[in-house]
Design a protein. Structure first.
Length: 197
């Protein structure tokens, strides 16, 4: 086991091509498996985990291999964030969620350090911007959605409000408490010492 395996990484994750900006800052264990990092990102952004995903650095990808479709993805459940960073020397990797809508996130590794004694990880440090609704058509569909729900004279205003919401959609509103609570639940589930307490 590498001496760095018990370290944690502070990461900034930005959902690309959407305005206003949707960004999360998290602390995650370096020995976190990539399939679990996927779960962390689903929680942090409020996605529903109902679509495929892929982590990518240049021509290497990690996700759920599907040999029927001939994908070249490495199994995300067999790689840790530490191993990915060691193999690639990357300071940033891409996380793609929902191949149809194409939600692309950039994950930047800010710094790596020892964990605080007794602290549970993953942890949310910052949450900025509300994640778009799923199946809205990617960044272009989200832009049209915001136009429609914010303009009562828009042709699609009534349909969008009926389809998605009754009380409006504030793109700056984030439920930080819900994210933190769900991350704590997974931190306890994944940490054997936390279960024993």
């Amino acid at each position: 086991m590498s001496p760095a395996s018990h370290f944690v990484a502070t990461i900034t994750v930005i959902l690309e091509d959407v305005e206003p900006q949707v960004r999360r800052k998290l602390i995650v264990p370096l020995n976190l498996r990539m399939d679990r990092l996927h779960i962390v990102l689903q929680i942090a952004f409020g996605w529903t985990d109902s679509h495929l995903y892929e982590f990518r650095y240049q021509d290497i990808g990690w996700g759920v291999p599907d040999h029927d479709f001939g994908t070249d993805l490495r199994d995300a459940s067999k790689a840790t964030l530490l191993r990915v960073l060691q193999e690639t020397n990357a300071r940033a990797i891409t996380y793609l969620y929902d191949f149809g809508d194409g939600w692309e996130h950039t994950i930047r590794i800010n710094f790596i350090c020892e964990p605080e004694p007794g602290a549970l990880y993953p942890q949310l440090i910052l949450a900025e911007g509300r994640t778009p609704p799923e199946d809205i058509g990617g960044p272009p569909g989200f832009e049209l959605f915001l136009e429609a729900i914010n303009d009562p004279s828009h042709d699609d205003h009534a349909e969008m409000r009926e389809w998605y919401l009754e009380n409006g959609f504030d793109p700056r509103l984030v439920d930080v408490d819900a994210i933190e609570g769900e991350l704590k639940r997974y931190a306890r589930k994944w940490n054997p010492r936390a279960k024993a307490k």
